[in-house]
Design a protein around this ligand. Structure first.
Ligand code: ADP
Length: 240
């Protein structure tokens, strides 16, 4: 498989819950080193789409094609353990890492949170918790990173730092990244492809083009579109 072949590709994906058509012929692909950002209003099917890519939900129609044995790291929207458990970051990561403590320390260093090893999860700031979740995803040695609103619960300054970190990881590790985000102006600089979803794909393409698309403007309003135009997209890497 050539390096530029997509890591994962969904074609004409459709899924209904009961009578509700949640995804309607959605197609997308993520290649190595590429960041794809999924935007759309609440209930647009963004999380459902990620679930299908992760194999956690089956589409009613369409198909998923992925690189054989694709390694995926997933950063969920919320922590999927009881928040009352008195668990340190290290113990939490040990549950995900058969490689042992050195790999855990390396992963925490990589995400810029080397000092939280012994901190209880409950004592972490929003930004630190997201970094720990990112470290957990990296411990799988992923080729594709899937993130569902990775800066939820993080203060404004921390949000920009986290997006920068994700872009750095992409660059250093050549990861393909697909993420759901609401922070359009913050993610645009590092995004290669925007998928604007509202059940169906309203529009997709490079950030500037999407920000001018009438369906995007109708969904997010002219102010968001104008703000995005103020943050030009700098393509600082080359796709193979
Ligand atoms: P988004 O992430 O864009 O906010 P979701 O993918 O979470 O949207 O949900 C899309 C729609 O599907 C919503 O209307 C939601 O209520 C519905 N939905 C999601 N998961 C389920 C489920 N397991 N059972 C029934 N309806 C669901």
């Amino acid at each position: 498989m050539p390096a530029s072949a997509p890591l994962i590709e969904g074609k004409d994906l459709a899924l209904s819950y009961g009578q509700q058509l949640v995804l309607d012929r959605v197609s997308l692909k993520v290649s190595p080193g590429e960041i794809v950002t999924v935007v759309g209003p609440n209930g647009a099917g963004k999380t459902t789409l990620l679930k299908i890519l992760l194999g956690l939900a089956l589409p009613d129609a369409g198909r998923i094609q992925s690189k054989p044995n694709l390694r995926i790291g997933y950063v969920p929207q919320k922590l999927d353990i009881a928040p009352t458990l008195p668990l340190s970051a290290k113990r939490f990561l040990q549950m995900a890492a058969p490689q042992g403590n050195r790999a855990i320390e390396a992963a925490l260093k990589r995400v810029g949170a080397p000092k939280v090893l012994e901190t209880p999860l409950l004592g972490l700031s929003g930004g630190e918790l997201q970094r720990v979740l990112l470290a957990r995803a990296l411990l799988r040695n992923p080729e594709l990173l899937v993130l569902d609103e990775p800066v939820r619960g993080v203060d404004l300054a921390g949000q920009a730092d986290l997006y920068e970190l994700i872009a750095d990881l992409r660059k250093q590790m050549g990861l393909g990244v697909i993420m759901v985000s609401h922070d359009l102006h913050l993610v645009m600089q590092a995004t290669d492809e925007v998928l604007c979803l509202n059940g169906h794909v309203c529009c997709h393409g490079h950030p500037e083009a999407v920000s001018r698309h009438p369906e995007f403007v109708a969904l997010f309003g002219p102010r968001v579109a104008e703000t995005m135009a103020l943050y030009p997209h700098h393509h600082d890497h080359v796709h193979k």
